[in-house]
Ligand binder design. Structure first.
Ligand SMILES: [Zn+2]
Length: 497
């Protein structure tokens, strides 16, 4: 009879913590007793581990096994600890030499037949293990490539519990030696702005939104999705920290990448998506579409078709840059700072040519977006493809101007917590930064004339700064203010309010 210990990891939101797994074998009832966790959360684990061990050709130990998994925050068993628990109890029972599992981290959920299932969130978990000095990690083979992206990690991929037991009994688990070279970092994107015919106004608004981080409304029945898909390609590539955050969120969502991410993400949920799919779920610790858009673009096609709770609920992440979820006695935060692109047709029917919708129906349809549009500063019409219009500039040309404008803004904002014009809080827009007097005068006259509400003023000022940045000017002049007003209204004037 004996004692053994090893390590695993558990996640709360994107934060991983080390979990100590201990097992003790003593004469007794041949049962696995998991102490310290609610019974309801451990009985499926106990059944899984027993079946997996028996189906791996190993006899269940003739001993009373007491095991603990600490700390579990929240106190619910996480199936990622299955593999660690199985090897710890086998080591305590003398099947595996205990010294071979100490100092290692084991991650993986067990199937009843002894296969080791992939788990979500390997990237943040392995990163936390390496930071804690535990660089030797045993992971499900499907997750090995993802784990190997963490610098300093020594990854040992495994597929079956039987192999793990065999290798630990007879020596050490082999390290991961990837035969296939990592695909080179690529900032190329599959889609290009040059593919979008016509729509000069909408292209210009994409450039402004990319340069300043402003949210955008596209109206009409033109190729709005084509345009939205091309916004990530003109944004600056992700820096190191942003790329790591994006990769960790994708890992937690179970959408791991084969190579490091460099292009900002595009997240485009369908309008039938549930609130959990959009915002995430605390029960499964699963981030939603808004977090998959972090550091990138969230596109809502046919926005008025989304549930009202989703449309209104988006305002909180737009204001705070994160999602906070609570329930089941737990709470999690996921980052969610994105540029929003909403597109909306003028009415709920699909009969653009023989539309019989009354003005009241149209008004009510658009009114669903009211709260969301109170965060939008830039509007543009999208028109049906016009072949005569010819092709426009390629994404690379636009991206270069966007980058230059971003560098200019970042330089001005160097001593502040903000990086883009869209992030500057309203009070600071007037106290820290000043526009040319004629520009201010024009914007205030628009407020006085009722073209813009007073709370729209900060959004206009932010866009005016972005237009100045794109021109390479030190501060917004009259033309920039006029340009911001044009973008505010949209060419069909539907933004005037
Ligand atoms: Zn209609």
């Amino acid at each position: 009879m004996g004692y053994a210990s090893t390590r695993s990891l558990a996640l709360t939101g994107l934060t991983a913590h080390i979990v100590d797994i201990e097992a003790d074998a003593a004469p007794g009832d041949s049962e696995l007793h998991l102490v310290g966790l609610p019974e309801l959360s451990v009985w499926p684990a106990r059944a899984r581990i027993r079946a997996a061990i028996l189906n791996s050709g190993t006899a269940w130990p003739d001993a009373r096994i007491t095991a603990s998994v600490t700390p579990m925050i929240p106190p619910v068993y996480d199936a990622a600890a299955d593999l660690a628990l199985a090897v710890a109890l086998l080591a305590a029972a003398g099947v595996i030499p205990p010294e071979r599992i100490a100092g290692r981290v084991f991650l993986g959920e067990l199937a009843l037949d002894g296969q080791i299932r992939p788990i979500r969130g390997v990237l943040p978990m392995v990163a936390a293990a390496v930071r804690a000095g535990l660089s030797r990690v045993v992971v499900p083979a499907e997750c090995a490539r993802e784990a190997a992206q963490v610098p300093g990690a020594v990854v040992m991929p495994v597929t079956r519990l039987a192999d793990v037991i065999d290798q630990l009994r007879h020596g050490a688990i082999r390290d991961h030696h990837d035969q296939e070279p990592e695909s080179a970092l690529s900032s190329s994107f599959a889609v290009d702005l040059a593919d979008v015919p016509g729509n000069q106004a909408a292209r210009h608004t994409l450039e402004v939104c990319a340069a300043g981080g402003h949210h955008l409304l596209l109206s009409g029945d033109g190729p709005a999705t084509m345009l939205a898909e091309r916004l990530p390609g003109i944004l600056p590539p992700l820096d190191h920290d942003a790329a790591r955050e994006v990769a960790e969120i994708r890992s937690l969502a179970g959408q791991s990448d084969r190579a490091p991410v460099v292009t900002p993400p595009l997240s485009a949920p369908h309008h039938t998506a549930t609130a959990a799919a959009i915002f995430g779920s605390v029960a499964g610790n699963r981030p939603g579409a808004v977090s998959l858009a972090h550091h990138g673009v969230l596109h809502l096609a046919d926005a008025p078709e989304f549930a009202r709770t989703v449309l209104d609920g988006l305002c909180r992440p737009m204001d705070s840059g994160q999602v906070h979820l609570a329930g089941l006695g737990r709470s999690v935060h996921y980052p969610a700072r994105f540029t929003l692109v909403v597109d909306a047709r003028p009415c709920p029917c699909l009969e653009q040519r023989e539309c019989a919708c009354t003005p009241e129906v149209r008004r009510r349809y658009r009114a669903r977006l009211a709260l969301l549009l109170s965060r939008v500063a830039v509007r543009a019409p999208v028109e049906q493809e016009d072949r005569a219009a010819g092709t426009g500039e390629p994404s690379a040309t636009v991206a270069a101007r966007v980058l230059a404008a971003r560098v200019r803004a970042a330089h001005r904002l160097a001593e502040t917590p903000w990086r883009t014009n869209a992030e500057i809080p309203a009070p600071d827009l007037t106290t820290r930064f000043s526009v040319a007097p004629e520009a201010a005068e024009l914007l205030w006259s628009a407020v006085t004339a009722g073209l813009v509400t007073a709370d729209g003023m900060p959004r206009l000022l932010r866009v005016a700064w972005t237009l100045a940045d794109l021109r390479g000017a030190d501060r917004p002049q009259l033309d920039d203010a006029a340009g911001a007003l044009e973008l505010w209204k949209g060419a069909d004037g539907d933004g005037a309010r």
